[in-house]
Design a protein around this ligand. Structure first.
Ligand code: DX5
Ligand code: ZN
Length: 217
């Protein structure tokens, strides 16, 4: 399966979201970072804005919830038209129940891990999730540097996916750029979130193509 490139609109111009969405029409998904100022020390978008993004975006929505009480809120994001909803393992009481609820609404269910959270507890549950998101920065802000120590975690996740035969995608978010994406892909990720690398590039569309090429090389 070719690498998927999901630009994060966290690094876009929030005053011109429609234009910024059109600029990434060549992407696979648009990554929408929802933050509540409790789970992470930053505040971004909520349900009404994400709903409008879903209506306007030329590509499907990959929603990344960095919010507390995911059990309460994630289904609301599934209902507004997102293609994929990822909640944090640290913010749910019942990850399997929540993932099943998301899937029952026809949405891909992802589970995310902060850098210090181990992947091992998820490895027996892989068929329950459409995606595991390995955070490679502390969630909360764009433009941070990639945590190299996460590469073995990505490798262990990929090995477990292969052994299980599950069709679980492995997404990486944080510090993905031209100088890191090759290593991340070789470690086993197949979905790449890139915020500052894409929206900070002089030619946004060309950067998506370049990153995809480096991941698939
Ligand atoms: C960080 C967000 C990321 C962020 C990544 O908490 O989850 O999606 O936009 O930004 P870059 O690609 O600049 O590291
Ligand atoms: Zn994100």
């Amino acid at each position: 399966m070719p690498a998927l490139i999901n630009p994060s609109i966290l690094s876009a111009d929030f005053m011109n979201l429609e234009r910024e969405l059109q600029a990434i029409a060549a992407a696979d998904f648009v990554h929408v970072d929802v933050m509540d100022n409790h789970f992470v020390p930053n505040l971004t978008l909520g349900l009404p804005v994400v709903k409008r993004i879903a209506e306007v975006s030329p590509v499907p929505l990959d929603v990344h919830l960095m919010i507390e009480d995911a059990d309460r809120w994630a289904p609301e994001y599934a209902a507004l038209g997102a293609a994929s909803v990822t909640f944090h393992a640290e913010a749910t009481q019942a990850p399997v129940r929540l993932a099943r609820e998301l899937r029952s609404r026809g949405v891909r269910a992802g589970i995310a891990l902060r850098p210090a959270s181990p992947v091992e507890p998820l490895l027996d549950l892989l068929p329950e999730f459409d995606m595991i998101l390995v955070m490679t920065v502390e969630p909360g802000f764009g433009g941070q540097s990639f945590i190299e120590g996460m590469l073995p975690k990505i490798r262990r996740a990929r090995q477990a996916v292969v052994e299980s035969g599950a069709d679980t995608w492995i997404q990486v978010d944080g510090g993905v750029a031209r100088d890191t994406i090759g290593r991340i892909a070789r470690a086993g990720a197949n979905v790449f979130v890139a915020g500052s690398a894409v929206y900070g590039a002089p030619d946004v569309a060309a950067e998506i193509v370049a990153l995809r090429g480096l991941a698939d090389a």
